[in-house]
Structure formats: C-alpha cells, structure tokens
Design a protein around this ligand. Sequence first.
Ligand code: ADP
Length: 398
Amino acid sequence: MKILVINAGSSSLKYQLIDMETEQLMAKGLCERIGIDGHLKHSPLVGGKPVFDEDISLPTHSEAIAAVIDKLTSPEYGVVASMKEIDAVGHRVVHGGEKFACSVLINDEVMAALEECTPFAPLHNPANITGINACKAVMGDVPMVAVFDTAFHQTMPGKAFMYAIPYDYYKNDGVRRYGFHGTSHRYVSSRCAELMGKPIEELKIISCHMGNGSSIAAINGGKCVDTSMGFTPLVGLPMGTRCGDLDNGVVQFLMNKYGYSIDEMLNILNKKSGVLGISGVSSDFRDLDKAAAEGNERAALALDMFHYWVAKVAGSYVAAMNGVDAIVFTAGVGENSKETRAAICEYFGYLGVKVDEAANSKRGEDVMISTPDSPVKVFVIPTNEELVIARDTRDIVG
Ligand code: ADP
C-alpha cells in the first residue's frame, strides 16, 4: 500500500509518498507561494531520478496537488507509474476540537465537523480543508484520512484541560486547553517505549517538542495527561517568536498605553516575541548560540529563559505524574542542539539525570543521551509526524 501524506498550509503544501510495506519514503516535496506565483521542489528518493526544483504557476491548492501528482507519476521524476498506485491520502489537520480524539476517514460529515472546528484555528484549519478539497478534486474517490494535532491530547483530565474562568465558556464555547504537536508527542513517546523495551502502559514520559514552536507533554501509560500549549499554540514555553505564558494584564496594559488593536497585539505576541523578542537577534537558535558565544547578553538571556522554562514545565509534569521514567527531546532544536539539551538537563540533577557527552553529540538518530546508571533516561528521537499520519491512514483504510 502506498500512501500520500499531505500537510497543507495557507500558501504551502508539503507531501511525502510512503510505501507502507517497508515504510520507505519514496518521494517528498514542497509547493510554496501557492496563490502568489508558485514553486515546487520534488525529491524522488527511490529509482535514482533527479530532483525537480523550479518556479511553476500554482494559482490554487488544486494546481499544487495536480503538479505533485504529475511529478510523482512522470517518467522523468516519478516514483510510481500512475495515480492508481496511490491507495490513500493522509491529511494533517491542526484542530479537531473535542470532536476528534483519533484519526478518521474523511466523509461529508467529517468535512462539516472540520468546518465547525475552524473558529478554533482560523489560520490553519481552512488551509487544511482547502488541501483536502483540492485532493478530492484531483484524485476523485481515493480514500482520505484526517489526522489531528489535537487528538492525542484529548485524554487529558478536566483538571488539566480546564481554565479557571466561568464554566459556561467551556460548555457553550469550547474554551479549554486543547494542546498541539500531538502527532509528534505520540510518535516519540511510543518510540521511546520501544527503545526502553517496555510497554508504554508502564511508563511515565515527558516529551519535549522544541522547534520553531515548542510544547511539552506529560504522557502517563501512553496517554497524554497534560501539555503546555493551550486553546491556541501561543502559550506555554517562550518559542521562536511566540511569547508563551503571559499575564493577561500585560495585554491590557500595552493595548491601553500604545493604542494597539487586538490584531496588532496578537501579531506582537505571535510574531515578535519569544526568543526573537528577548534577544532582538533572531528566532533561530543557531543564530542565538552564535550571538551568545560572541557575548550578546540578550541572546544569552533568551537561551537561559528557554532552558529554564523547559525545565520548569517538565518539573511540573514530574509532579503531575508523581514521577518520570524518561524525558525525550525532539524537533529542530531538540534534535540538533546538544548545547540546549545539556543546559536543560543541568536542571534535572534532582532526578539523578546524568548526560553522556559522547551520546549527546550524536545527530540524526534515535539515541539515549543519559548514562546507563541514570535513573531517569533521556532520549533524542527525531520526530516523524508523516509516518504516524501514514500508519493511521493505512490502519483506517486498510
Ligand atoms: P517547526 O516548528 O517550524 O516545524 P522545526 O522543528 O523544523 O520547526 O525547528 C526549526 C528550528 O530548529 C529552527 O528555527 C532552529 O532554531 C532550530 N535548529 C535547527 N538546527 C539547529 C541546530 N543545529 N542548532 C540549534 N538549533 C537548530
């Protein structure tokens, strides 16, 4: 069975074609600047075909999907003979609200429910829906599955997902903590259990997804019991450009003082805050490491804050689960920055965590970076959300 995994953004569309017999990645690519002009980078990974990397006209997502199918099946760049070889499509959908606690086969009823979830993710869900509709238009009756970023967190108990505001806002309006990056937290926690050779039901795991956006999840017995992102992905840790947790009074104070509209304020909190806002240097941790090494104090402060927040939130999850067996680092920063991992692990001395420097220097593979005698194990596990989407799609369609 061959499955196409689609991650549609407002002006971009990422894809992977995976052969599920071997879970081998056959091709991957990215359509960018959809609706502006258009660019497609398509990389075949089997058969020795060349990479296609050119500007092409992509007025809408339908042309983007058509271009992807064209490249996947073309004699020059293709990896399959025809579209008939693509058995199913798995779509990443950001928000499934409380309606979706697991992945589902897409039908008219599901599409209607996705529309209902749109107010919760006004930037992301419409793009995901557009991607699904474009696929339907180009691929006809090929079965499609929706896999939600929020679904894994639906096991959180009320004490973790409720906000202490009048209950009616939850009951009538769905205002609560939903959490994001669920597919990534699910993948790395289950892989962590495999690496430990134990059933996930017996493990308490803290998963730290640290990329441009960052979140932490507490996973007890394979079920998420708490996570740092909330009703939106703006809260929790300070991120590349997002502020993380913030006293609401600050919002009122700044809006009154500078006359910002709510959109202007949210733009500052989403795009100009986080480690970028603190450092004034960059949202990219590589730039911050360099600037801090050159003596930039604000870059050093931004990094210190990030390490501190990861340790503080993770520590609260040790309390929430009454212990922890393993801590996992993943995503761009978690997978690549040994300095960040080492700095965070310094805070875990109370857990007896000891880092093996040689293991912590490895890149691009699943690795245990704690010493064998460390009572709490620490892992780096490269995330693979696309594989989870493909596996769910296979299980549902198959
Ligand atoms: P997204 O949240 O957009 O999916 P990623 O998980 O791809 O983000 O993470 C991207 C971030 O990873 C970059 O902004 C950069 O800060 C960080 N990163 C990538 N490589 C390194 C590295 N070698 N050292 C430190 N940070 C890195």
